[in-house]
Design a binder for this molecule. Structure first.
Ligand code: IDC
Length: 491
C-alpha cells in the first residue's frame, strides 16, 4: 500500500513552534533545519526535522544529513527518502515535497533505535550552526508544557512528563523497523496500536500520550457519495488524518429506518479506515430526541453487532451518544452504564466515549458544568467524555470549562465546527485556531464536522464535489475545508 505522509506547510505557528525546540539553526537568510523529538520510549525515539526556507526565493530541493552516535540507528523515515552511509543518514525529498517556497517549510520524520540524539547536521551541504547538542535533549513539545492533571493517575503523569506527546504520524517507508521496542509501520494505527485511557489523557500502546486529529462524516444517509475509497484515501494520505468519525444518525432517516443496512455501511467504512491506518470512531449520532435512553435498545443491538465485528481490531473507538440534550447527567450515565458492558463483552479493551449534557457541552449549554460528571463518572474504566463546540458560537466560557474539566476527566472532542452551532454561517478563523491551539496544548483529540459537500459553512467541500469524485488537492475546498486541511497537514 502506498502511503503518503504529512508535509508540514509553513504556517507561522508551525515555524515558531519548531524553532522554539530547535537543536540546529542556520543564520537567517539560509535554509534552516530544526530537529525535535516528538516521542520517546525505552530504547528509541521519534524524531522530526523541519527544513524551513528563510531565503527570499524558492528552494528546488533539499538534503539533510544527520550523524548519529554509535549505538543508535534510524530504522525508517517518512516524508523523505533515506539512505545511510555508516552512521550518517541522508534525507532527500519524498517526491512531492522537494520544492519549498520562500518562507515555507517541509518536514520529515524518523524512528531511531537507540537513544542517541544527532551529533551533526548538514542542510544542503552547509554545516549547521549551533551544533552543540544537549546531552539530555530538551524534548518538550509545546504541549508538554501543559501541566498534567492534579488528579491524573500516576501513570498518566509519568507518561506525560517522561515522554512528550505525540501526534500520530504517517510513513512512506515500506519496511517497518525491526526493533521490538519501537513502533513499526507508518500509519497512525501502525505506530500507536491499541489506545487506552491513561489518567486524563489518551495513550498509545507504548504508553505515550497521543492526540488524534481528523474529520467527521456528515449523516451517512445524506452523503453516500462522499465516503468512498477515493475520499478515504485522500483523508488518510493527503489530509494526514489520524481519525475518521463515522456519524450514523439514528433518527432523521438514519439507523432506525434500516438497522442492518446502516450497520453494514458503518462496518464498511470501518474497514476502509482500517485499510488506511486510521482510527475509526463509530458515532451513534443521537440528536433528537435528546434523551439517549430513547434509543437504548437500538444502541445495544447496534453496538453488540459492530463490537463483535471489529473486536480484533486495534483502531476502533466507540462513541455511544452524540449529543444528549434536555436530559440529566444521571439519565445519560444510566444509558452509558447499560451500553458500555455490551461493547466490553465483545471488545474489552476498546476506548468508549460518552456524550455529555447540553449537546455534549459538558453541561455548559444548559447552565451546568463538568462537576456533575467528575463527581459521578460512568461505572467503567477506559472511558472518555465528549465535548463539542462550534467556534463561532462557543468561546471563552466554554474554553475555560474544557481546561478546568480536562484536569480531572479524559475529554475527546468528537465533533466541532469552525462555524456557528447551526453548522452554517461564516468560518470564525480566530476562534477556531484558539480552540485548536488549546486542544493541542491539552492533547485533546478532535474530529471536524464535516468532510462533506453539504451546502453549509461547516462542510469542507463545495457542493457537487462528492458526485464529481474530485477529492484530491485544494480545488474543491470551502474556507472551512482549507483551514482544516492545513491544520491536519501541519500535524
Ligand atoms: C447538522 C447538519 C445539518 C443537518 C442537521 C440535522 O450540519 O446539515 O441538517 O444536523 O439535524 C450538532 C450535531 C450535528 C449538526 C451540527 C450542526 O451533532 O448533527 O449537524 N451540530 O448543526 N451539534 C452542534 C451542531
Amino acid at each position: 500500500m502506498k502511503r503518503r505522509a504529512k508535509v508540514i506547510l509553513a504556517t507561522a505557528l508551525a515555524v515558531t513552534a519548531a524553532t522554539a525546540t530547535a537543536f540546529f539553526a542556520l543564520p537567517a537568510g539560509a535554509e534552516t533545519a530544526t530537529f525535535t523529538v516528538t516521542n520517546s520510549w525505552n530504547n528509541g525515539y521519534q524524531g522530526q526535522v523541519t527544513v524551513s526556507n528563510d531565503t527570499s526565493s524558492t528552494i528546488n530541493t533539499w538534503k539533510v544529513e544527520l550523524t548519529l552516535p554509535a549505538g543508535t540507528t534510524i530504522g525508517q523515515a517518512w516524508n523523505a527518502t533515506m539512505s545511510a552511509s555508516g552512521n550518517t543518514y541522508s534525507f532527500t525529498p519524498a517526491g512531492w515535497n522537494a520544492s519549498i517556497a520562500a518562507g515555507a517549510a517541509a518536514s520529515f520524520g524518523f524512528i531511531a533505535n537507540g537513544s542517541g540524539r544527532p551529533t551533526g547536521c548538514l542542510v544542503n551541504g552547509k554545516a549547521c550552526t549551533g551544533t552543540t547538542v544537549p546531552s539530555s535533549p530538551a524534548t518538550s513539545s509545546p504541549s508538554a508544557t501543559a501541566s498534567p492533571s492534579a488528579s491524573a493517575s500516576a501513570s498518566a503523569s509519568a507518561s506525560a512528563s517522561a515522554s512528550p506527546s505525540v501526534s500520530p504520524s504517517r510513513s512512506t517507508s515500506a519496511s517497518p523497523s525491526a526493533s521490538s521496542s519501537a513502533p513499526t509501520g507508518g500509519t497512525p494505527v501502525a505506530i500507536n496500536g491499541q489506545l487506552r485511557v491513561c489518567g486524563t489523557k489518551l495513550c498509545n500502546e507504548q504508553g505515550g500520550v497521543v492526540q488524534l486529529k481528523g474529520m467527521s462524516t456528515h449523516g451517512l444517509q445524506w452523503f453516500p457519495s462522499c465516503y468512498t475509497d477515493a475520499s478515504l484515501g485522500v483523508i488518510a494520505n493527503e489530509w494526514n488524518a489520524d481519525l475518521f468519525r463515522i456519524s450514523m444518525y439514528v433518527q432523521e432517516g438514519g439507523y432506525e429506518t434500516n438497522p442492518s443496512g446502516f450497520t453494514a455501511r458503518v462496518n464498511d467504512l470501518v474497514e476502509k479506515a482500517t485499510a488506511r491506518g486510521m482510527y475509526a470512531l463509530i458515532d451513534f449520532h443521537t440528536l433528537t430526541p435528546g434523551d439517549p435512553n430513547y434509543n437504548l435498545d437500538r444502541a445495544k443491538t447496534f453496538f453488540r453487532e459492530v463490537s463483535a465485528r471489529h473486536a480484533a481490531k486495534k483502531n476502533v473507538i466507540y462513541e455511544i451518544a452524540n449529543e444528549p440534550n434536555g436530559v440529566s447527567w444521571a439519565q445519560i450515565k444510566n444509558y452509558a452504564d447499560q451500553v458500555i458492558p455490551v461493547i466490553r463483552a465483545n471488545d474489552p479493551d476498546a476506548v468508549v466515549v460518552v456524550g455529555s449534557r447540553g449537546w455534549s457541552s459538558l453541561g455548559v449549554s444548559e447552565g451546568g458544568n463538568a462537576s456533575e460528571i467528575i463527581s459521578n463518572p460512568v461505572s467503567a474504566s477506559n472511558v472518555m467524555y465528549a465535548f463539542h463546540f462550534y467556534a463561532a458560537s462557543h468561546k471563552d466560557n466554554y474554553r475555560a470549562e474544557v481546561e478546568r474539566a480536562a484536569a480531572s476527566i479524559p475529554l475527546f472532542v468528537t465533533e466541532f465546527g469552525t462555524v456557528d452551532y447551526t453548522g452554517d454561517g461564516g468560518v470564525d478563523v480566530a476562534s477556531t485556531n484558539t480552540w485548536l491551539d488549546l486542544l493541542d496544548r491539552l492533547k485533546i483529540s478532535y474530529a471536524n464536522w464535516t468532510f462533506s459537500d453539504a451546502g453549509e459553512g461547516s462542510a469542507a467541500l463545495r457542493p457537487g464535489t462528492c458526485n464529481a469524485g474530485s477529492f484530491a488537492g485544494t480545488g474543491s475546498l470551502t474556507e472551512s475545508g482549507a483551514l482544516m486541511r492545513n491544520r491536519l497537514r501541519a500535524g
